[in-house]
Design a binder for this molecule. Structure first.
Ligand code: PCD
Length: 805
């Protein structure tokens, strides 16, 4: 049946299945202003909430006077911790096993922390009333440096018993949260004691923020007659939110309906639970009216979940020839005032233990210490599978530092240390089993594509010209080979708040042969409505254009853990294929009955079942669908539906080779990206056009992070980057041209061989940009300089190296 006759080819093309650059079906509404976002929701009698927030990073709250605010016309209520306390809702559990104040309970721990919640007739009255709430604060000493915090007598979390263990084991100090270790410490120390060469460096991955175009928000509506709570919101994990709301409010889960409408970008920012959700739910219960809360840009940047803020002290050991023998990393993680990291429960530092990267490193040890400071809580996977971004940046910087130490070419150093194709499945020293990869092929393809040797020659000539005073511009070649770990995850080791990280798909085939499929994930712009229909089209032989994909309504979608960590394709994508196969199995029995042959005598061919050896005898999926509803078939139930809950046996390990060629102006610190080449391998490619779009988007976020984006604080804990005037969000103007490329190494355990891709460009992009900056100054002795590499910092590197004469 595998002959590609023109007629068969046409049938395959008509499905718009796997591998087709099908146009995004959701764009019809997005490009015409017909998207439906939370803030578009307007319900009769809807009230509006707004927060009074702390101007101080650390202070005691002496008193809150709401009288003047309450007196304002249009104000319905002002909630404080005192109002929430009787309900037990003044604190809420975090995803990391800590707890966080919903409204300030006696003190505040970061600037912008929620102190009171005003509910008013409209958004403007609410904002005016916020100004009228009088709060008396007593300032306390501020800790913004995690190393200082670990030494300081100042107790940040007075609610915690310093002697009692935290959610992840013993605490060493009152501002310490956890220590997490992976690998073999003794064996690693031994390797370092005997090593030919050791390179050591502190690698800082600064604090940043996902900053989606749409900020976070919700509308809560309690129907007191039916006892039903409906919560619309910008949730990346709607089912998990429903379970959490049920557990903390006591409302039975069947009486809660959570709906994620269209979402204007998530990037990890919309995974966790925020005070705004809790307050809106309480406000709706108290007032009996729907309540909307939508944060503004400053609130988003200053108070919702940040990302990174990892101080990674690293050591790497190698032989004189450059074969890496060991890796050591100690990370100090600044978690802010509450530990609200969004990671699978057993991984308090996410998948940081993927920090051996693409290399065959026999011995390694990692320790991570989480620390409280007076900064906003969070620690989310901003386009990142739970700290894989930090891990990739760490190893890709350490490789560069080792290359300097060895006086070796960094491309060659990578090549001799890559895990070889024949080593997969590969067991890493820090405990992961990489499913598949072919790094050497990808690397060679990338180096050839950019003309690597010629670039190095040009770079050397440029250095000479610079020394002769003929140019003020240097050339940097930023290399990266990253390996990701996405698709959390096997239920046996990945859960969030005890919820196993499987995912799901439910399919209903209609009598006329079109279908609806519902999933436990939720698109935030990724194009799920387009791509999941493609997986199904190839599995069940119904054109993608005839399949509706629906996500985000907990009353209709099967339970799932949501979309983040590039898990939708590896997990819900697998569930879709498996549910499709159940449909196909039933369709086979129906076809055999209709064709009056044994089940085993028919086989699937694109869009039909055919009698083996008699291709003229067949039943199309359309005919089979109709028969499922209109014929009494002995031994077979009517209807054609299936559901799959998929627990992946392993995660998937996409990888890529990125090269950034950058010109740097030594006198102004300005940079210009001359070329950016990105090769991604995400296994089987569902929609090449969407993959390319994902790579462009992720690279642009990587550019932002590496070259300027930062959440910065002054010594008093004031956030200095709370607006888009200070927080770098690139536009078309700063965005360079990207060349994309690929290899295809399917995942051996995924039903269609696909791995995730959405995050890869951010994971690989940041070290590529950063390594380019470092590489430009390598000839002048630069080893390590912290991101973000904005113009001033680059100018400063040149100045410190004495390049300004
Ligand atoms: N794909 C294909 N093929 C393959 C893979 C993939 O085609 N092989 C495609 C799919 O289907 C989709 C996409 O692509 O559509 C993606 O995918 P993935 O990778 O699986 O992922 P998901 O899960 O879906 O998603 C998630 C991601 C993330 S994670 C992030 S950040 C970001 C990304 O995604 N976000 C976003 N991308 C994006 N885009 C947009 N537009 N928006 C958004 O928001 Mo996190 O963790 O949350 O941080």
């Amino acid at each position: 049946m595998n002959d590609m006759t023109p007629e068969r080819e046409e049938r395959v093309a008509g499905l718009k299945g796997l591998g087709c650059s099908r146009k995004r079906v959701e764009d019809a509404r997005f490009t015409q202003g017909k998207g439906n976002y939370v803030d578009d929701l307007k319900l009769p009698g809807m009230l509006h909430g707004d927060f009074v927030r702390s101007p101080y990073a650390h202070a005691r709250v002496k008193s809150i006077n709401t009288e003047a605010a309450m007196a304002l016309d249009g104000v319905v209520a002002v909630l404080t911790a005192a109002d929430l306390a009787p309900l037990g809702l003044h604190w809420m559990p975090t995803l990391a096993g800590d707890k966080q104040m919903v409204l300030a309970d006696g003190k505040v721990l970061f600037q912008g922390q929620e102190v009171a919640y005003v509910i008013a007739r409209d958004r403007y009255v609410a904002a005016d009333a916020v100004e009228l709430v009088e709060v008396e604060y007593e300032e306390l000493p501020v800790l913004t440096d995690p190393f200082e915090a670990l030494k300081s007598d100042v107790v940040l979390r007075e609610d915690l018993d310093p002697a009692a263990p935290g959610a992840h084991g013993p605490r060493k100090h009152h501002n310490h949260i956890f220590t997490w270790e992976a690998g073999d410490k003794t064996a690693t120390e031994q390797v370092f004691a005997e090593a030919d060469v050791v390179a050591e460096e502190m690698i800082y991955y600064h604090r940043t923020h996902p900053c989606p175009l749409e900020t976070c928000g919700c509308v809560a509506s309690m129907d007191k007659v039916n006892g039903k709570l409906t919560l619309w919101g910008t949730f990346q994990a709607p089912h998990a939110i429903r379970t959490v709301v049920s557990l903390i409010s006591g409302i039975e889960e069947h009486n809660i309906r959570v709906i994620s409408p269209d979402i204007g970008g998530g990037f990890g920012n919309k995974v966790g639970a925020y005070a705004g959700y809790v307050c809106s739910v309480v406000a709706s219960i108290v007032t009996g009216q729907p309540v909307k809360w939508v944060e503004d840009r400053m609130e988003n940047l200053m108070t919702t979940a940040f990302a990174r803020d990892y101080w990674m002290q690293g050591k790497i050991a190698a032989t004189k020839e450059g074969k890496i023998t060991g890796l050591w990393c100690h990370t100090t993680a600044d978690h802010g005032g509450f530990d609200a990291c969004a990671d699978p429960t057993k991984f308090p530092a996410g998948f940081m233990n993927i920090c051996t990267g693409s290399y065959d490193i026999p011995t390694a040890y990692l320790a991570v210490d989480g620390v409280y400071t007076n900064k906003a809580p969070g620690g989310v996977a901003y386009r990142c599978s739970f700290r894989v971004t930090e891990a990739a940046y760490f190893i890709e910087r350490m490789i560069e530092v080792l290359a300097i130490e060895l006086k070796m070419d960094a491309a060659e150093l990578r090549r001799i240390n890559f895990i070889r194709k024949d080593q997969f499945p590969y067991q890493s020293a820090l405990g992961w089993e990489y499913d598949s990869g072919d790094y050497h092929t990808a690397w060679d393809k990338a180096l050839t594509a950019v003309g690597y040797d010629a670039l190095r020659k040009e770079q050397a000539e440029r250095v000479e010209a610079f020394k002769r005073g003929e140019t003020r511009k240097l050339l940097g070649i930023g290399l990266t080979h990253f390996t990701e770990i996405v698709g959390a995850g096997p239920v046996k080791n990945c859960d969030i708040l005890g919820l196993g990280m499987f995912d799901s798909c439910e399919i209903r085939i209609h009598p006329t042969g079109s279908a609806i499929a519902r999933l436990g994930t939720i698109s935030q712009g990724q194009g799920h409505a387009t791509t999941f229909a493609q997986i199904l089209a190839s599995e069940i032989g119904i054109p993608a254009d005839s399949i509706t994909i629906e996500e985000g309504d907990t009353d209709t979608a099967p339970y799932g853990l949501g979309t983040y960590g590039s898990r939708s394709t590896p997990v819900a994508g697998a569930a879709s294929a498996m549910a499709g196969r159940k449909i196909r199995a039933k369709a086979q029995m129906i076809a055999a009955y209709l064709l009056e042959v044994h089940d085993d005598d028919v086989e699937f061919d694109v869009d039909r079942f055919v009698v083996k050896g008699a291709p003229e005898r067949f039943k199309t999926m359309k005919e089979i669908a109709f028969a499922a509803y209109n014929q009494a078939i002995p031994g077979i139930e009517p209807g054609l539906e299936a559901v799959s809950y998929y627990d992946p046996p392993n995660m998937t390990y996409p990888f890529g080779a990125y090269i950034c060629v950058m010109e740097i102006d030594v006198d102004t610190g300005e940079h210009q990206i001359r070329q950016f080449y990105a090769l991604d391998d995400c296994g089987t490619r569902i929609n090449p056009m969407i993959i390319e779009g994902q790579v462009h988007g992720g690279l642009t976020e990587a550019l932002a992070i590496a070259m300027g984006q930062e959440i910065a604080y002054d010594d008093m804990g004031n956030c200095k980057t709370g607006t888009l005037m200070d927080f770098f969000l690139p536009t078309a103007w700063e965005t360079p041209h990207y060349t994309t490329d690929h290899t295809v190494t399917p995942s051996p355990h995924h039903p269609i061989g696909a791995k995730g891709v959405g995050e890869s460009p951010n994971v690989g992009g940041v070290p590529a940009f950063s390594n380019a900056v470092h590489d430009a100054f390598r000839a002048f002795g630069l080893r390590q300089s912290h991101m973000p590499h904005d113009h001033w910092r680059i100018w400063k590197i040149a100045d410190d190296l004495g390049l300004h004469g």
